[in-house]
Write a protein that binds this ligand. Structure first.
Ligand SMILES: NC(=O)N[C@@H](CC(=O)O)C(=O)O
Ligand SMILES: [Zn+2]
Ligand SMILES: [Zn+2]
Length: 430
């Protein structure tokens, strides 16, 4: 079976950048990129499926290094299936779910459960992140080797920091031996505790207890110091503030193997989004000030922040329709990330090619995946409709989570079709 994607502009940084080529897919793999007028020397037996993608942009499938799928344990918030559907709708061909499920993904049985479920679903690739410590309790290291054998690709205690520096050091040493990146939820709980939003004038005005930037940045600095000590690869999750960006920039300049991500809410919103006590603007780390927002954009522009991830964190109304300080931290992101990130392109902060680096190529590099649109590679492809104006409406989400602060935002651009291993796993209804 052959598939020919016709008429799309190809944006695959480092490979093809801006050319119009047809993509030929055979048996799930990219067979060739050909000129639009090229006749295929297909044999009579080859059935050719044509996809007319005129006006679309073809990019290597988007990869989200940071999502929460809630299964096993909290299926009322999200399941692996609803999360995967939301992912492909958002243009993602690969997602990495964090281990803070119930039970925690700290052993090979839970890893295998997720991997098997993902395979049976046949939607996107799901590459699980395993826990750093058993039960995310911060004491005893989990069984990285066993989990890795089942398909685990990185370790993190996301949702919680590893408070004990000695435990983190050991984790980095073991992870390094196995070639696994360590993803850090950088938070000093003694500084953050009881806070529910950014510490500052807005919090004071609202009477909400704040979380200072230092709760994040001091831990980012510790992680960089430990990565330097151990030679391990550390990836800083959800960077929200200027001091963290500065610390990462400095670490990179010293040659430390540190990479970092931010999420669309940190370059789109500030803590003023909380003004109406909107719990949909509550996440960890919290939305910061305009100065921080600008620093995040600067970090994306100068390469300090390698990746845009979503930190897709679905919660139900049970956890969100309560008093601000009692509400759960987290917002969904899989179905809004691409459009919100494309705003950076419209504002000419990043070229489309740079954006695709941050949403596909750089996460692929961290995972050790070659996702170039080149012959022999799996046909994981996102077709973006750059002109699709739409208004963000959680009622249309495939995710079970509707906890987004972006309701009613008018945005431009979205996934039109998503292919994983040559199969169409999402197609926008026209
Ligand atoms: N980001 C959040 O606000 N919440 C995440 C946990 C996390 O990413 O630390 C969650 O699991 O809900
Ligand atoms: Zn986290
Ligand atoms: Zn998270």
């Amino acid at each position: 079976m052959l598939t020919r994607i016709k008429g799309a502009k190809i944006v695959d940084p480092g490979n093809v950048d801006g050319d119009y080529k047809d993509i030929i897919i055979r048996d799930g793999l990219i067979d060739a990129l050909v000129e639009p007028d090229k006749e295929l020397d297909a044999t009579d037996t080859d059935e050719i499926k044509e996809i007319d993608a005129t006006g679309m942009i073809a990019v290597p499938g988007l990869i989200d290094l940071h999502v929460h799928l809630r299964e096993p344990g909290h299926e009322y918030k999200e399941t692996i299936e609803t999360g995967a559907r939301a992912a492909v709708r958002g243009g993602f061909t690969t997602i990495c779910p964090m281990p803070n499920t119930s039970p925690v993904n700290d052993n090979s049985q839970v890893t295998a459960y997720i991997v098997n479920k993902a395979r049976d679903l046949g939607l996107c690739r799901i590459l699980p992140v395993g826990a750093i410590t058993r039960g995310l309790e911060g004491d005893t290291l989990a069984e990285y080797g066993d989990m890795k054998q089942k398909g685990m690709v990185a370790i993190s205690d996301d949702g919680r920091p590893v408070a004990d520096a000695r435990v983190m050091r050991r984790a980095m040493e073991y992870a390094n031996g196995l070639g696994l990146p360590v993803i850090s939820h950088s938070e000093d709980l003694s500084l953050a505790r009881e806070g529910s939003m950014n510490e500052g004038i807005t919090a004071t005005r609202l009477g909400i207890k704040g979380i200072p930037n230092a709760a994040e940045s001091t831990m980012v600095m510790r992680e960089i110091a430990l990565a330097e000590l151990t030679g391990a690869r550390v990836h800083i999750a959800h960077v929200s503030c200027e001091e963290s960006v500065d610390a990462i920039r400095h670490g990179k300049a010293r040659g430390v193997k540190v990479t970092a991500e931010t999420a669309p809410h940190y370059f789109t919103l500030t803590d003023e989004a909380v003004a109406q006590y909107d719990t949909h603007a509550k996440m960890n780390p919290p939305l910061r000030t305009e100065k921080d927002r600008q620093a995040i954009i600067e970090g994306l522009v100068d390469g300090t922040l390698d990746i845009i991830a979503t930190d897709h964190a679905p919660h139900s109304p049970l956890e969100k329709e309560v008093e601000f300080d009692r509400a759960a931290f987290g917002i969904v992101g899989l179905e809004t990330s691409l459009a919100l990130s494309l705003e950076l392109v419209q504002e000419e902060k990043l070229s489309l090619s740079r954006l695709i680096e941050k949403m596909s190529k750089n996460p692929a590099a961290i995972l050790g995946i070659d996702n170039d649109l080149k012959p022999g590679n799996p046909a994981d492809i996102t077709l973006i409709d750059p002109e699709a104006y739409h208004t963000i409406d959680p009622d249309t989400f495939f995710s079970k989570g509707v906890n987004t602060p972006f309701v009613g935002f008018n945005v431009k651009g979205e996934a039109w079709m998503t292919l994983v291993q040559g199969r169409v796993v999402f197609e926008k209804e026209l």
